[in-house]
Design a protein around this ligand. Sequence first.
Ligand code: NAD
Length: 520
Amino acid sequence: MVLPNVTDAPFEVLMTDTLIPDREAAVAELGGLTLRTNLFIDGGFRPARDGRRFVTENPATGQSITDVAEGGAADVDAAVAAARSAADRGVWARMDPGARKRILLAWADSIDAHARELGLIETIDAGKPITDTVGLDMPETAACIRWHAEAIDKLYGQVAPSPEGTVATITREPVGVVGAVVPWNYPAQMAAWKLGPALATGNSVVIKPASTTSLSLLRLAELGAEAGIPDGVLNVVTGPGDTVGAAIGRHPDIDCVAFTGSTEVGRRFLAWSAESNLKRVLLELGGKSPQIVFGDVTEMAHVAAQAAVAIFWNMGENCSAGSRLIVHRSRKDALLEALREELASWPVGDPLDPSTKIGALISKPHLDRVLAYVQVGREEGARLVTGGERILEETGGYFVGPTIFDGVRNDMRIAREEIFGPVLSVIEFDTEAEAVAIANDTAYGLAASIYTDDLNVAHRVARDLRAGTVAVNAYAEGDMTTPFGGYKQSGFGGHDKSVHAHDQYTEMKTTWIVLRGSSR
Ligand code: NAD
């Protein structure tokens, strides 16, 4: 989820809107698409060993798009065997770094060239607005692969200050076979956050998309093979979490597993690692991120615009969503009014329509879960200001408009549990210490925003917040140059993005050489 508001620039500045089709063109292009629906193992597509398939549906219509190969443990075994063979043969890990870089750059260029096709696939499979998928997700997916590719031949090892008569080098080597399990909210981008650094550092990968969103990753893998990624280096096994995901978690020949998803499932990967081969586990998990608005802010319309992006962008299906709006009591009414005005420019509707800003929730069970939380909020005594119900039901899709609860206390379930939908909890505070205490009173620690015109407050509070990313006067996660990861139950073990992402996919080796003829 590299964010559109890394700087204070408006959304549009960072988006590639020239590629975004109008609705009519999108529908016509969809008719001509050939979807890839089989497992991608050892450089080619193949059905699941036992021939099973499952339906993937369009969340904006509730209709089936196609069916997809339902992998199982035997398919994971086959993918891991292909990945291990590629690793052992050194076809990728020992390739000249410049050559590996050129292949990944060619892949990134190909993703850019296919952004419209990939974006359309993502929109029908995930319910995300076409403006986001074509204009942002796919360019960012390509940019992520490109960024890590460009680093390959620019990262050096070290020579230690060892005693006379010795030479000691500290070098990095690929960890070997990486298993990756990713969520459905940014299917292509989350895959790229794993694949970029894992492949750049020379690993072979077996990756599993969420079962609701298999289609874009299968096409990405094919484009990767066409760009020159050798057979067996990138394998995609589609299927359910509790079979394919678990088989990856338990596999004795996977060296490292990179997981992005819920805290609940993340725990299982830790347990499976302990029970199997102690594979390295990298966890990027959930969040309940605070946005603190201090009493001195002058640009309330800007704060409201950022706060809306923080919680309503991507239907609130965003790990770093700013779901708790912690506002100084003196400014709450002004902020709510500014939010109301801001929401006039957040149309909910058909994700294929370029004017849509809020598309469909991912599935009927998820819709029910979000609505159940709205009910919980009501029962807990919070005041529903807007939204909170299913809309556009006649489409068959799973739509919920922006939903705001006022009068929320931080001990309410809607303030403590990750809803992963367009539901904002507004909580009031009186003092800076109280704001910090409320913000930190959560099991999570992924991201936070602070809004203030006072630099002293900004620095003080940024230091006090227990979160992996703190943004000041914006909702932002930084960009590809900055690491992204959580504190507390938002995950640990490594970071996505930046050169820090490379460390987690490499082993550190010391080579200690005693020089012949030396006195030691
Ligand atoms: P999820 O945990 O249900 O699923 C994530 C992945 O794990 C999917 O591929 C799924 O098929 C698989 N999975 C599900 N159950 C499994 C099981 N029992 N065993 C093994 N694998 C299993 O999460 P989700 O609903 O796809 O995504 C939403 C969650 O992801 C939220 O909690 C969100 O905060 C988190 N997320 C975190 C980040 C981050 O960078 N920190 C980014 C995006 C999403």
